[in-house]
Every structure is written in C-alpha cells, then in structure tokens.
Design a protein around this ligand. Structure first.
Ligand SMILES: *Cc1c(COP(=O)(O)O)cnc(C)c1O
Length: 361
C-alpha cells in the first residue's frame, strides 16, 4: 500500500497490469503477445485533422456490420476490445454492489477492470464452463451482472460450444449480460456467438482488429449487441473515442479485399499451428500441449529453465502460471521463419534431454 491518502483503497491495492508488452524483455523473435506476423503498409493522406472526428465513423461501422452480418446500430467501435470491456463494467455495474463472473484462467483485463471500478469478481473455474451442466453454471453465476466468456479462451485456447453459450444466455435473460470475447474468432469463425445477438437481448460480443486483422498498433475493437444494450454505453463512452487517422485505416482494413487477405493469412497461420503442435507433441521437453483454437499454442514445459534458454536465443514467448504451476508457456503463431526459431530451440532442448537420459542410463 502507498502512503497516498488521496487514493481510494481499491485503486491503492491494484497491481500494475503486466501485459505481454510491459515486461522489459529483449529479443529478436516476438511470439509473446498473439500479434499477427503480417505487416500492413499504410499510406494515408488526411486533410481535415483540424476537425473533430465522427464519434462513430460510418464507413467503419458499416463495413464491420456487414462483416459481422449485423446492422450498423448493433456495432459500437472502441479503442480496442479492452475499452469495450471497460465500458461494459462502467455502464452496467454498480461499484461495491454488483459482481462480474470470470472463468479462470482467462484474459487478465476483466479482473483489472473490475478491480479498478470496485466491482467484485465471482471467480469460477474454466472447467465448470466446459464440463459443468448449464444448471450448475447458472447456480454458480448467482446474481452476477456480467458473465465473461472468452471464446476461444486466452490462454488455454479452449472453446465453449455455441449451444452452451445459447443455453446460458437463455437462462440469464434479463438477469445478466453474457459477454463473449471473440478476440480470436477469425481463427474459427463458425463458432461465433454473433448470430445469437438478434435472438437474445443479453448477448454481447467483443471483437478486435488486433489479432487476425494484424492491427494491434491501431487500437480498434468492436462491441456487438442489440441496440438497447448499446444505447446506454453510447452515453458513457468518451465523445470522440476514435481518431480520424484510426478510422481511415480501420475502414480500409475492412474492405472486401482486405477481409479476403485476412482470411488467407488465417488459413496459413492455422496450418503453421498444426505443424507447431506436431513438433511440440514430439518433444520430450514438453509435457502437455493444449490444443487451442486461437493464433497461439499453450504448453507445459518439463523444465521451466527451457524458457530462459529461449530468451538467450532471442526467442520471446509468454511464460505464465496455470493451475498453480509456473512452467506453462504460450507461443503465438508467427510466420514460417519465426516458427523456425521455435524449432531450433526445441531441437536444442531435445538434444540436451536425450543427453541427460543417456547420462542416467
Ligand atoms: C488481445 C485480447 C484482447 C485485446 O484486444 P484489443 O482490441 O487489443 O484491446 C481482448 N480479449 C482477449 C481475449 C485478447 O486476447
């Protein structure tokens, strides 16, 4: 705790959020933040920066609505999906009174946002979401206001079937918002809950341009829901959340040609993921591989020090603790050359594991 008497206790108690990018690591191959390896070359001329931007740029909204097969009224553009998370908590939760349900382990920003706004967390297990019955899940959700379902889940890659999400939404209708975070849905588009939006007033879908669309630096996301859910959020959001420059780039990233090229990149990355999973499954340095649906693979190392060996080779991946074990690793799917670096690291580990085996026998 600090000695600052001006700070509310919940803010004083916050731990600094450690994102993949806030850790000061050095390296040459970056596979730690689930970014796309594809670089867009952007060439823009903008001649009206003396004017405030359109609060919700029509060209971007219209393009995204058509991509998501929704109406423009069902689309809200935000500064990344992260701002969508924050807006939902700020708009729908009463501090010190309401709670949000999370299925852990999951994406870290839900907790950071709830803590920041003094909203309690009902922390449930990801296993309950995947293996529990809908009745068990609804009982455990209790009177939570927001239920976050990260689908596919970061960092485990697990997928909650659409019919389960539908049943949960039906059971919680007019009780809670079911927020499906689809940051990685482009890697398994047929699993999207966006088709539930017209049917259920309590289904919200979060999307981003940061992953498959290869624009993490742009900070653009979308909150999709029925108009009645978005209307109060539109009163809470900052008046000009999206800069003219961002809107212009986002609009071009959502053109039909750009979407076709994104889909082509996704199929290449999915194929590379299959290859990486095979290497990992064959490696004695890897104890377990979670078969994920995003642009990442999560695995358990036999020896946590293997991570440091990777760092020495300039290969940066995301180490984390799962089920109380600190030897887990998430590898983002990069391009062919980047995954070659992973292969070199694995070969090096495999060699030393084999040698160790020989010493013992
Ligand atoms: C990366 C990620 C986000 C963040 O998206 P931004 O649009 O970059 O804010 C949200 N949710 C999940 C699950 C993510 O992995």
């Amino acid at each position: 705790m600090s000695n600052n008497p001006l700070l509310p206790t919940n803010i004083d108690a916050l731990a600094a959020y450690s994102s993949a990018k806030s850790e000061k690591l050095t390296g040459t191959t970056w596979l730690n933040a689930n970014e796309s390896p594809y670089v867009k070359n952007i060439d823009i001329t903008i001649d009206d920066l003396n004017r405030y931007p359109d609060p919700q740029p029509a060209s971007v909204i219209d393009h995204y609505a058509s991509y998501a097969q929704l109406t423009p009224e069902q689309v809200l553009m935000t500064r990344g999906a992260d701002e969508g998370i924050e807006l939902l908590v700020r708009t729908y939760c009463q501090p010190m009174q309401d709670s949000v349900t999370l299925f852990l382990p999951t994406y870290g920003m839900y907790k950071v946002t709830a803590d920041t706004h003094n909203v309690a967390i009902n922390g449930l297990n990801q296993a309950l979401l995947l293996e529990g019955t809908v009745d068990e899940i609804i009982t455990a959700v209790g009177d939570s206001k927001l239920v976050f379902i990260c689908n596919p889940n970061n960092p485990t890659g697990s997928l909650t079937p659409l019919d389960k999400i539908k049943a949960i939404a039906a059971a919680l209708e007019s009780k809670a918002l079911v927020i499906v975070d689809e940051a990685y849905i482009e890697f398994c588009p047929e699993q999207s809950a966006s088709k539930l939006i017209n049917e259920f007033a309590n289904v919200v879908v979060l999307r981003t341009l940061s992953k498959a669309f290869a624009l993490a630096g742009l900070r653009t996301g979308f909150t999709l829901a029925q108009e009645s859910v978005l209307a109060p959020i539109r009163k809470v959001i900052a008046p000009y959340p999206v800069s003219t420059v961002v809107a212009s780039i986002a609009a071009s990233a959502l053109s039909p040609n750009a979407i076709t090229s994104m889909r082509r990149q996704v199929s290449i990355l999915n194929a590379l993921k299959t290859k990486l999973k095979q290497w990992l499954a064959a490696s004695p340095a890897v104890l377990q591989v979670l078969s994920g649906e995003g642009n990442f693979v999560t695995l358990k190392l036999a020896d946590k020090n293997s991570f440091n060996i990777a760092l020495e080779q300039g290969l940066v991946m995301r180490a984390f603790t799962l089920h109380g074990e600190n030897n887990w690793l998430r590898i983002s799917i990069g391009n062919e050359q980047e995954l070659e670096q992973v292969k070199i690291w694995l070969d090096c580990l495999n060699q030393s594991t084999t040698q160790k085996g020989q010493e013992v026998s």
